[in-house]
Design a protein around this ligand. Structure first.
Ligand SMILES: Cc1cc2nc3c(=O)[nH]c(=O)nc-3n(C[C@H](O)[C@H](O)[C@H](O)COP(=O)(O)O)c2cc1C
Length: 166
C-alpha cells in the first residue's frame, strides 16, 4: 500500500480513550495508508498501561510511542508529521495548546505544527459542560480555529480521518 504520509496521532487524559483510541482511530488510520507517529500526554500513559493497550498500539507504528522528551544527545525519533489528529483533547491540553504551552512532548510537537501551512491539524476536544463553562474556553477554541486548526466536536473517531482529505 502506498503511504499517505506520516500522521501524528495524539491522545490526552479523557475518559474512555484507552478503550477506543487504537481500534477507533489508530487502526483505521493505518488501514487508510497513514504511517503513524503516536504521542501521548504523560497523564494518559498509565491509563493505556492499565488497559494493557501500549503493546498493541506500538505494533501499529515503526516509531516508538512518545510521551517523554528526547535527551539532547538523541536524534529526533521521527520526522515532522505531515498531519496531526489530536483526539481526544482534554480541556487542559486545549487550553495549553491555545496558549502555546508545550510542557510535554506531544504539546510541543503540536505547537510546532500549528501555523505550518502544509500540515493539517485536527483537534477533537472532549470536555463536558462543566469544563466548557470556563470563561476562557471559547477564547481557546477561537484562537486555535483562527490559527487554522480544525477543531471538531461530536465526530466519530473514524470520521476525523476524513477531515485530513478536505
Ligand atoms: C477518569 C478520568 C476521566 C477524565 N476525563 C476527562 C475528559 O473527558 N475531558 C477532560 O477535559 N478531562 C478529563 N479528565 C481530567 C484530565 O485527565 C486532567 O485534566 C489531566 O490533567 C489532563 O492532562 P493532559 O491534558 O495532559 O492529558 C479526566 C480525569 C479522569 C481521572
Amino acid at each position: 500500500m502506498t503511504t499517505r504520509g506520516l500522521l501524528g496521532l495524539v491522545a490526552s487524559g479523557c475518559g474512555g480513550v484507552e478503550t477506543w483510541f487504537r481500534t477507533g482511530l489508530a487502526e483505521p488510520a493505518v488501514q487508510r495508508g497513514w504511517q503513524l507517529a503516536i504521542m501521548l500526554t504523560p497523564a494518559v500513559v498509565p491509563w493505556f498501561e492499565e488497559a494493557d493497550e501500549l503493546d498493541a498500539l506500538q505494533a501499529l507504528s515503526d516509531f516508538p510511542i512518545r510521551w517523554e522528551p528526547r535527551m539532547p544527545s538523541q536524534p529526533k525519533p521521527h520526522p515532522m508529521p505531515d498531519a496531526f489528529v489530536f483526539a481526544p483533547a482534554s480541556s487542559n491540553s486545549v487550553a495549553k495548546l491555545a496558549l502555546g504551552i508545550g510542557d510535554n512532548q506531544a504539546l510541543s510537537a503540536l505547537n510546532e505544527a500549528i501555523g505550518v501551512e502544509s500540515c493539517k491539524v485536527v483537534v477533537m476536544p472532549q470536555a463536558n459542560a462543566d469544563k466548557r463553562r470556563h470563561p476562557m474556553w471559547e477564547t481557546h477554541v477561537t484562537t486555535l480555529t483562527g490559527a487554522g486548526v480544525a477543531v471538531v466536536t461530536d465526530v466519530a473517531p473514524g470520521r476525523l480521518l476524513d477531515l485530513l482529505d478536505t
